[in-house]
Design a protein around this ligand. Structure first.
Ligand code: SF4
Ligand code: SF4
Length: 100
């Protein structure tokens, strides 16, 4: 039984910077598929992803997108929406239904 006194008013998040502790990947129905050969490394997906779920390789001079961090991706599709069809009309991120 839920005690109403335990609920935070208005769903307030009291601990800032706690996103890494929540695995939001269980929520999604669709998942972005990363097609590396179509990626022009524009970083739009990384800028727009609300969950910082774009995986980067930061070992070189410039960061490089290498995939999606599935533990944190909610499947919202923003990254695929913003990913430009830059390689002969093909995008590097497309949304597909996730197989559970
Ligand atoms: S689907 Fe949404 S949460 Fe997942 S990587 Fe793309 S923008 Fe981020
Ligand atoms: S938005 Fe698309 S092309 Fe740009 S870095 Fe992300 S995956 Fe690559």
């Amino acid at each position: 039984m839920i005690n109403t006194k335990d609920l935070h008013e208005g769903g307030i998040i009291r601990d800032p910077g706690n996103a890494t502790t929540y695995k939001t990947g269980d929520w999604r129905t669709f998942v972005p598929q990363f097609i590396e050969e179509n990626c022009i490394q524009c970083m739009f997906c990384w800028i727009y992803c609300p969950d910082t779920a774009i995986e980067l390789d930061t070992s070189g001079d410039k960061p490089k997108v290498t995939g999606i961090i599935m533990d944190h991706c909610k499947g919202c599709g923003i990254c695929a929406h913003e990913c430009p069809p830059a390689k002969k009309g093909k995008s590097a991120l497309v949304m597909v239904r996730e197989e559970k």
